[in-house]
Design a protein around this ligand. Structure first.
Ligand SMILES: Cc1cc2nc3c(=O)[nH]c(=O)nc-3n(C[C@H](O)[C@H](O)[C@H](O)COP(=O)(O)OP(=O)(O)OC[C@H]3O[C@@H](n4cnc5c(N)ncnc54)[C@H](O)[C@@H]3O)c2cc1C
Length: 623
């Protein structure tokens, strides 16, 4: 594996975690006080530092436990005597698997009227400094310890990737950009527009902010307009052609808010959230015409197995919200999927469905590194250019500016220009990487100064698949995205790179970076040398934009699919061919919504919760 562990294992809220919170806050306090800026920020950091540095003592409540009394460790769960028991005591109306971006708002909404058990394999985000602070975005991604918030995986394409393993899911490890889907998307998926327009604001008023607009992002905005991506649509959540500034889940203190906070709107009397609860399989009863979900088996943080069961009501359901990688994987491990593949791993087939795990799509992204002669703050995505030719241009800046980061490593958007390339891909042994990381300590800070222009192909047409690697749910399945296997994606990537270089070469940008206007070849060469993936490079990478696209493709982590509507689930997201089982998450999407998907996934959780309440209660739901 390419990256080494840099941070203390964040699994259990305890001494190590408190120590890393203290460290992060100490740096925050130090940096802010040294710069003598903005007194409120300084005070805020001081309060945080104080909070996080309180010694963790046995039996003492964590601060979040007051606000979220229904969140507990999985080991506290007392199982019913047997899953085959028909008794309904200790049974739930809904069992949701995956406390992620869609799962949390869904659980909060359903708990208004029904008992809900939400099972999440990761821990809580609230006390995790890697998750909480914007400056730790890339550090979180490169933490490969066994229970880190972000689980590393590499697709067979050779592209590094990450999936969430924490309450809040992707919203706890992502870049925070918040922007709604286009009306065309909503129409295509057939959602009720009125309910959609009620559900987005429910999310927004709880956890979404207007970004503190950084000078780098302002330069990107001006350069996009200069390059013809117009008009300027100002600050808006809406998906409109032209250039805009979107929302963010980071507040003005650069502190992250996640889908986990939406649980605060749940009904504490009816909601139970278990963390470190890894669901191993869904259990079915096959007495009737079709198999019926009756519960799940999960493992707690001590490795003990438990069974959670659904009530007898015909409306009770297991709802899988484990994300585009976790959901098809869990369905297959539970016996729903391509028969031959399941039988190869000795999994009892509940339902033969060849489409589970098919149609996996990741929007290809290529980046251009922009060196600057100006000190840069870290900024994640704030500005976006929405073109009419199916490409989105976004930007980020200032990774690795802190000395802490420099001596760690820099994630997928590596700014180690020209450094890692000194080790040819096939010779990247563990020892060689270790030696590289050690040598890197001597690299001057200027070598890391810069930003990125990101070019994302919207609604990619190339698709791949997900297959099981083994029967251990904790291991990543085998994922292939087949980037650029469809010529239309490659054509759009080329157009996107042309536009991205135009943006970087625009006078507005060079005025900002204080750098000379570089030739396209020089700019592309910086990205080729960064070796951002495991794909072999070619001599004509800077001459042929097609080759550049193929060889420098990375992910923007907007992968989706694997349980498509019409193939694996019906239009109301019920799994076809079985009873009392639904899927609500990004695995159901045929394309990624908006320029970035998290807004629509959180909205989907709320929307589906309201839909289900309506279906079940009619007017009594009061919606
Ligand atoms: C690094 C990164 C940056 C991104 N940046 C942005 C951005 O700036 N803006 C944006 O809009 N989108 C962004 N995205 C994409 C967005 O965050 C995801 O598309 C979205 O979060 C997916 O939501 P989901 O509900 O489908 O799955 P998730 O949010 O991934 O939720 C799945 C949950 O299920 C849990 N789970 C899985 N298997 C099991 C199991 N067997 N038992 C129990 N629990 C299980 C997981 O731990 C996880 O919490 C980014 C994603 C990443 C990874």
């Amino acid at each position: 594996m390419m990256y080494t562990q840099t941070k203390a294992n964040q699994r259990q809220p305890g001494r190590e975690e408190a120590a890393s919170s203290v460290r992060a806050c100490f740096f925050c306090v130090l940096r802010v006080s040294m710069a003598s800026v903005c007194a409120p920020k300084f005070l805020f950091c001081l309060v945080l530092w104080h909070f996080n540095s309180l010694p963790p003592c046995q039996g003492k409540q964590m601060w979040y436990e007051e606000q979220y009394p229904f969140i507990r460790n999985a080991s506290s769960f007392s199982s019913p005597p047997s899953i085959s028991t028909t008794s309904t005591s200790n049974a739930y109306d809904y069992i949701i698997v995956g406390g992620g971006t869609a799962g949390c708002p869904l659980a909060a909404t359903l708990s208004q009227n029904f008992s809900v058990l939400l099972l999440e394999r990761g821990g809580v985000p609230f006390t995790n400094s890697n998750v909480t602070f914007l400056n730790n975005f890339h550090i979180s991604l490169t933490d490969t310890s066994p229970n880190s918030a972000s689980q590393y995986f590499c697709s067979t394409d050779g592209v590094h990737n990450a999936r969430a393993r924490i309450l809040g899911g992707g919203s706890s490890i992502n870049a925070g950009f918040y922007t709604r889907a286009s009306p065309r998307f909503i129409e295509k998926v057939g959602w009720d527009v009125v309910l959609v327009n009620q559900s987005y604001p429910w999310v927004e008023k709880r956890i979404v902010h207007r970004p503190k607009f950084s000078p780098y992002q302002a330069a990107v905005r001006d350069s996009l307009l200069d390059s013809g991506v117009s008009p300027f649509n100002g600050f808006t959540y809406d998906h409109i052609y032209g250039t805009k500034v979107g929302g963010t889940t980071f507040d003005r203190f650069d502190r992250r808010h996640t889908a986990a906070e939406l649980l605060a709107s749940g009904n504490p009397d009816k909601l139970t959230v278990l963390v470190y609860a890894t669901v191993q399989k869904i259990v079915f009863e096959d007495k009737g015409k079709i198999p019926k979900a009756i519960g799940v088996i999960f493992k707690d943080e001590n490795g003990r197995q438990h069974e959670a069961i659904l009530g007898n009501d015909r409306h009770s359901e297991v709802i899988v919200s484990s994300g585009a990688i976790g959901t098809p994987q869990l369905l297959m491990l539970s016996g729903i999927g391509p028969k031959a593949e399941l039988q190869n791993l000795n999994i009892t087939v509940v339902l033969d469905n060849p489409f589970v795990g098919k149609g996996m799509v990741d929007n290809p992204m290529n980046t251009i590194f922009v060196p600057t002669n100006r000190p840069l703050n870290q900024s994640l995505i704030q500005t976006v250019g929405i073109t009419k030719f199916g490409v989105y241009i976004e930007a980020s800046s200032g990774f690795s500016q802190s000395s802490d980061s420099i001596h760690c490593h820099h994630g997928m958007l590596s700014a180690e220009i020209g450094q890692l390339s000194t080790i040819p891909p096939k010779q990247r042994s563990k020892e060689a990487i270790k030696a590289f990381l050690e040598n890197k300590r001597d690299i001057p800070i200027e070598a890391f100064r810069g930003g990125f222009i990101l070019s994302k192909v919207a609604s990619a047409w190339s698709a791949g698949e997900l297959r099981l690697n083994n029967t251990n749910v904790e291991d990543n399945p085998i994922v292939t995205f087949n980037y650029f296997s469809h010529p239309y994606d490659l054509q759009r990537c080329v157009e996107g790179i042309r536009l991205a270089t135009k943006v970087v070469q625009s006078q507005c940008f060079t005025n900002y970076t204080l750098c000379d206007r570089k030739t396209t070849e020089k700019l592309l060469n910086l990205s080729v040398k960064a070796n951002v993936n495991l794909i072999p490079k070619n001599a004509n990478d800077t001459k042929s934009l097609e080759q550049f696209c193929r060889d420098t493709v990375i992910t923007i982590w907007h992968y989706h699919g694997g349980c498509h509507v019409g193939k694996v689930v019906s239009s109301d997201y019920k799994v076809v061919g079985v009873d009392r089982l639904r899927v609500v998450d990004g695995s159901t999407f045929a394309e990624s919504p908006g320029t970035n998907p998290q807004a629509t996934l959180m909205m989907m959780g709320r929307y589906m919760g309201l839909k289900i309440l309506r279906e079940r209660l009619g007017k009594l739901a009061g919606i």
